[in-house]
Ligand binder design. Sequence first.
Ligand code: PMP
Length: 387
Amino acid sequence: MRNRFLAETYRHQTTNALGSAAKKIGDPELINLSIGDPDFVTPQEIIDEAFVQAGEGHTKYTKPSGDPQLVTAIRGFLKEEYQAHVEQDEIMVTVGACHAMYVAMSAILDEGDEVIVPDPYFVPYSDQVTMAGGKFVPLETSFEEGFQLDLDALEKKITSRTKAILINSPNNPTGAVYGRETLERLGKIAQKHSLIVLSDEVYEAISFGQKHVSVLEIADLKDRSIVFGSFSKSYAMTGWRIGYAIAPEYVIATMVHINESICFSAPSVSQRAALSALRQRHALQPSLVAAFEERMVYGYRRIVATGTLDVLRPKGGIYLFVDIRKTKLGSEAFAARLLAEKKVLVLPGNVFGEAGEGFVRIAVTVDLQKLKIAFDRIEEFIKTTGD
Ligand code: PMP
C-alpha cells in the first residue's frame, strides 16, 4: 500500500550492497571487512582544531563553492603534490566525493548520454549515472590483465552518445593503479572523441611504492576532466563528509548552481577541520598511509600463501580483490558461507559489476591483530571448499 507513495523508479528497489552489509553488523565475534570505513579515528589535532574553529564562529553556511581558505589550501596542495595550477573558481568543496560525483554527473549528462566505466567499479557509480539521466556502460577489466584499462576495448565502446569515461585509481574494489602511460593514452582517446574524463582519485594519498599520477598532470586531460578528491580515507575523516571536485570553471559554476538547491554548502566546521588536516598533512598522513600499507601487504601475503586464493600485489587503496575461482564457489556463496561459518564479512565481487564474479572484496579496515584472526578463519574456511 505504501508502495504507491514512492516514485515508480524506486518502488521495487532494495538497498544497495553496501547498505545491506551494514545491517549485518552487531555480532561481537563478527570481523567486518566489508565497508570501506576504517577503524582509525580522526587525528586528535584535527578534532581539537575543529572545536576551536566552531567556537570562533565557523558554524554558518559557507560560500556555496566552499570556504575560500580551504579552497586556497586545496590549490596549494595540488600545486605541491602534482605541480597542477588550479584556479580558485575551478574547485568546489562538497559533502564527500560521492556528493561531488553526483552533482558533476547532473551537470554534464543529458538523458541517454553514455558514461563508460571500467567494471568492477565502486557500487554507487551506476546509480549516480542513471539518477542523473545517463546510461551506464560497463567496460570489462580482468585479473589476468591486472584490472588495467583495455584502451582498445574502450574505444570500441564509444558511440555518438558517449559523453564521459569514469576512472578510479587507486581502484576500489580491484586495487589497480593506472600509470602515466595509460592516462596519456586515455587523454589522446578523450581528445579524439571529445570526451570528458571523470577521475575519482579519493585514494590518491594511499599509494604504496610509487607516487600517484593524477589526471591533472596529463596535458590532454587538464581541460576535459573532473577530478574528485576526499578527506575521508586520507585523513581518517569519513564522517566529517568533506570532498571536492576540480573542473573547468564553467562546470564548477554549474555544479555550484545545482547544489544551491540540494545542500547549498558543505558543513562549515568540517571544512575547517579539513583545512587543519591539509595544513598538518606532512605530520599526520605518513603514519596513516604506512598503517594501510602494512595491512595490505599482510593480507596479500596471507592470501597468496593459501595457494588457492590469489590477489594483485597491493599498489594503493585499502581493498584486496581476492580471486576465489579455485574454490569453485561463486562470489555470493563464498561470502555467505564465510559469514555463516566463520563470522567474517566480506563483499561478494559481483556487487561491483559482472566482471567481479569469482572475487570477493576485503577492506583492510581493522587492525593487524583482527586481520590475523580473519585470515586464520578464511584459511580454515577454504579447506572446506573446492573438490
Ligand atoms: N570513491 C570511491 C572509489 C570510494 O571508495 C569512496 C568511499 N568509499 C568514495 C568515492 C566516497 O568518498 P566520500 O566519503 O568522500 O564520499
